[in-house]
Design a protein. Structure first.
Length: 487
């Protein structure tokens, strides 16, 4: 593992069971987004040579791990999950310091990820093997064999969840993995690797290679060895991954962005709708793919909803995620800070800023990447603010003349991850759910609604390939192999 000096955690790659620096010896420093004067970690600036070593280690370990009985695999991974549960407080604090989220948000991330992967361990045996008797007089064993080496590329906004929710289904299916975490959030991945090692996972089965997307992610995607690539990140990079691997015999799973609509119809319970809107809009400072970024309100209740939602937005307390009482932390980095603020420039912004509209300032937040929770009323539906994923605490508030107009506005982007509607009318809710072009829909619930017993994914520019989570998350890392036997 890495070392800690003067409060800085020095993370290393994990390749073939050995913790090591990048071949070049170069490192990347990570600052605390809440206080940029504080360096919280360094990680290796890995490149193609490091990636090649990790893939070679995973390839060498693959036959032995695939041959390991699934019950033994489950036992090892289950022990690792127990260890991670015991280290939950350490994980949550590391997550706050790296991602900028609040402590409560990070604690929730860890608990949900452990529950989701624990469920996958429970269902794995039945998914990986089954028997059927056929009318033809044959019996068939429906086996699922591992793809071999899985390449996993994870983002910075939910660093622990993304690593473990990709790694566990791949590992339990009998694959070895090479994980390229975000260089902005190295510590939670290191703790995960340490837990798997302590639990008895054989060397080379789980490998970590840190570095930028260009220097470490691209060589991992381009390598011909992996039989599956699972990517979560920006739409631009995700579409490139899907395109560049299109001619190879490799399974590709890409989770990208969202521009998720929350529709409020005239008969909605506004108390519940406003609670859902505030939660989904400002959790993680809006930096999650299932955030509400567009609120579409039917005309008869538009003004009432607007005034009440703005009032609640003003109450959101912005500050350091480790400070008691903070509702929303900073955005993750200078790059993200500049990107979000670029959408709010007066020379390009359409509509009316009702609250927020710029950097959040003050003596207690002077050194962080803080942005005010922002609501923009009636921006041009064709503008970048409404069409593009801002990935920050900025909400577009749009007015619809009726249900059909609300559906039109909801579908009027290139994204299709999730959507939600608030109404007391069951028929209208069902009409919306059937017509909206999204991977999942919530009725009288926020856009962020989900359950680890159900897989999830997106349509259009929000996703490619099979869904993640639950049964689908395991099946993705396998090939179906029916074995026929005469009765």
């Amino acid at each position: 593992m890495g070392t800690t000096t003067e409060g800085i955690r020095h993370v290393r790659n994990l390749i073939g069971g050995t913790w090591r620096p990048a071949v070049s010896g170069l490192t990347i420093s990570r600052e605390n987004p809440a206080d940029t004067d504080q360096t919280v970690a360094t990680c290796p600036a890995s490149a193609a040579e490091d990636v090649a070593e990790a893939i070679a280690a995973a390839k060498a370990a693959a036959p032995g791990w695939a041959a390991t009985d699934v019950r033994e695999r489950i036992g090892i991974i289950g022990r690792a999950l127990d260890i991670l549960g015991e280290r939950a407080a350490e994980l949550a604090t590391a997550d706050v310091l790296e991602s900028g989220k609040t402590l409560a948000e990070c604690e929730g991330e860890i608990a949900r990820a452990l529950a989701a992967t624990g469920y996958q361990l429970e269902i794995a045996p039945g998914l990986l093997y089954g028997e059927r008797s056929l009318p033809s007089g044959l019996d068939v064993e429906m086996t699922r064999s591992p793809v071999g080496v899985a390449a996993l590329i994870t983002p910075w906004n939910y660093p622990f969840s993304a690593v473990i929710r990709k790694s566990v289904p791949a590992l339990v299916a009998g694959n070895t993995v090479v994980v390229k975490p975000s260089e902005l959030t190295p510590v939670t991945a290191e703790i995960t690797g340490a837990a798997l090692t302590e639990a008895g996972l054989p060397p080379g089965v789980f490998n970590l290679v840190y570095g930028t997307g260009q220097d470490a992610g691209a060589p991992l995607v381009d390598d011909p060895v992996p039989g599956a690539i699972s990517f979560t990140g920006s739409t631009r990079v995700g579409l490139a991954v899907a395109r560049d691997t299109g001619g190879r015999d490799v399974k590709v799973q890409v989770e990208m962005g969202g521009k998720n609509p929350l529709v409020i119809l005239a008969d909605a319970d506004l108390d519940r709708a406003i609670d859902a809107a505030v939660s989904a809009s400002y959790t993680a400072a809006g930096q999650w793919c299932i955030a509400t970024s567009r609120i579409i309100v039917e005309e008869p209740v538009f003004e009432e909803f607007r005034d009440r939602f703005v009032a609640r937005t003003r109450q959101v307390r912005v500050g350091d995620g480790l400070s008691e009482g903070t509702d929303m932390g900073p955005v993750s980095s200078k790059v993200q800070y500049d990107k979000v603020l670029s959408y709010l420039r007066p020379d390009t912004l359409t509509g009316t800023v009702l609250v927020g509209g710029g950097a959040h300032t003050g003596e207690d937040v002077a050194n962080g990447y803080y942005i005010q929770p922002t609501v923009v009323e009636r921006p041009d539906p064709a503008s970048a603010l409404v069409q593009e994923e801002v990935f920050g605490p900025v909400v577009s508030l749009l007015c619809a003349t009726g249900l059909d107009d609300a559906i039109r506005l909801a579908n009027d982007t290139s994204y299709g991850l999730c959507a939600a509607v608030f109404t007391r009318d069951t028929d209208r809710a069902r009409r919306f759910a059937a017509a909206v072009d999204a991977g999942r829909v919530g009725i009288n619930m926020p856009t962020s609604v989900g359950d680890h017993h159900v897989p999830g994914g997106g349509r259009k520019n929000s996703g490619r390939g099979e869904y993640e989570g639950a049964e689908d998350g395991i099946v993705f890392f396998t090939h179906l192999k029916p074995v026929f036997i005469p009765r």
